[in-house]
Design a protein around this ligand. Structure first.
Ligand SMILES: Cc1cc2nc3c(=O)[nH]c(=O)nc-3n(C[C@H](O)[C@H](O)[C@H](O)COP(=O)(O)OP(=O)(O)OC[C@H]3O[C@@H](n4cnc5c(N)ncnc54)[C@H](O)[C@@H]3O)c2cc1C
Length: 363
């Protein structure tokens, strides 16, 4: 090692940063020390729906970020970043402490898009995933209720389908679960066959599909659909994901996230990197899927090293197609890798194997 060259602050411990933590020695060998500011527990979205529905133990889908950082000699600060001083090169954690950096990398994920529909009171949202953890206890209450429960899931995309299916399985055939979608079909980003198989699986679980409607407002115990009020016991909002608002407050990006070049660097601030859902990859839009953060991680490590050693910045070339597996409860899943689409137990077994292997790497 040729002396200390710099100090990188990782903001958030999403998919890519977990891997950067694991490779801290690669950076240390180049004279670069790391610290991470993030909540102490990482929640894995690939298992979020079955965990929320009580089909899988909560501990199966979490990673202890503090323990991972400690194992790799990285300082962990448990908290959220709420300010940045770009000229002075420092970020502030929400307890007021400042962290100087020579480079900073953001992997802060996404949050549920709200408004429209207008949201009043406590409504369960998909992200942050802590909201889904609370859903688990709400479903336990509803399953013990004396009368059948009415649940409305809003959003006909991948998480809406997963949540409607797993909630219906959890509450059993007496519950009335409805899935409201704006489009004429489910899963508009997936092949038509995926939408047909998903619709069939939801119908088998007794879920009422309401397509082509506008949900204008939601509250804890009702929703307004095309001007009509409907009373329910639980509303789950799965209407898409946007970058966390804090990125706009920091002056780094908007609803699509921090803009980045193919090198994962901010176009105006080469010492600022961003990856995952909270990054707006300028070469082409990327779907909100954890796998893109996973694949970006080695490029990020190499880029942080190059910035401090004067090497050439590597570029991220994201894959064109990715495997998506939607949990349907009752021991099966829907596998989508365009143009291949299949439904069954094998899709779920494949997903569990991929999930387990990935999670084990960080435990
Ligand atoms: C119900 C559901 C199921 C899904 N299933 C899948 C799936 O099976 N496969 C898949 O690929 N994708 C799935 N997704 C999408 C997936 O959630 C995201 O694409 C993925 O989590 C993005 O990863 P990330 O690394 O960008 O961020 P995340 O995994 O969201 O991690 C970001 C981390 O940053 C932290 N953070 C946030 N703000 C700050 C701050 N200001 N300071 C410090 N830390 C901060 C957060 O607490 C979080 O721990 C699902 C989404 C939902 C809602």
């Amino acid at each position: 090692m040729s002396g200390r060259r710099g100090h990188v602050v990782l903001v958030g411990a999403g998919h890519a940063h977990l891997e950067v933590l694991r490779r801290a020695d690669d950076l240390r060998a180049a004279g670069v020390e790391l610290s991470v500011i993030a909540p102490g527990t990482f929640r894995y979205s690939g298992l979020a729906s079955p965990i929320a529905a009580g089909l899988v133990a909560e501990s199966e889908g979490t990673i202890d970020v503090a323990a991972l950082a400690a194992r790799h000699g990285v300082t962990h600060h448990d908290g959220l970043v709420d300010a940045i001083d770009l000229p002075g090169r420092g970020v502030r954690a929400d307890d007021g402490s400042w962290y100087p950096y020579t480079a900073v990398s953001f992997n802060v994920g996404s949050v549920s898009r709200t408004g429209p529909p207008a949201v009043a009171g406590e409504v369960t949202v998909t992200k942050p995933l802590t909201g889904l953890a609370r859903l688990r206890s709400r479903l336990a209450e509803l399953s013990g209720a004396p009368r059948p429960s009415r649940v409305a899931v809003v959003g006909g995309g991948a998480s809406g389908v997963e949540l409607a299916a797993t909630i219906a399985v959890r509450l059993g055939p007496d519950a009335e679960v409805s899935l409201y979608g704006r489009g004429p079909r489910l899963l508009t980003a997936a092949p038509a066959r995926a939408a047909r198989l998903a619709a069939a699986a939801l119908a088998e679980r007794g879920i009422h599909l309401v397509g082509g409607v506008s949900v204008d407002a939601v509250a804890a115990d009702h929703l307004e659909v095309d001007g009509q009020l409907q009373s329910v016991d639980l509303v789950v909002l799965a209407t898409g994901l946007v970058a966390p608002p804090v990125l706009a407050e920091l002056g780094l990006g908007g609803a699509r996230g921090i803009p980045t070049l193919a090198t994962l660097q901010h176009p105006g601030h080469p010492e600022v990197f961003a990856v995952g859902d909270g990054a707006h990859f300028l070469p082409r839009p990327l779907p909100n899927l954890g796998v893109y953060g996973v694949r970006a991680a080695p490029v990020l490590v190499a880029g942080l090293r190059a910035l401090h050693t004067g090497g050439r910045q590597p570029v991220f070339r994201p894959q064109r197609r990715s495997l998506q597996v939607l949990e349907l409860g009752a021991g099966e899943a829907l596998g989508i890798r365009d143009p291949l689409v299949w439904r069954g137990r094998s899709a779920l077994l494949l997903k569990r194997r991929i999930d387990r292997r990935w999670l084990e790497r960080y435990r």
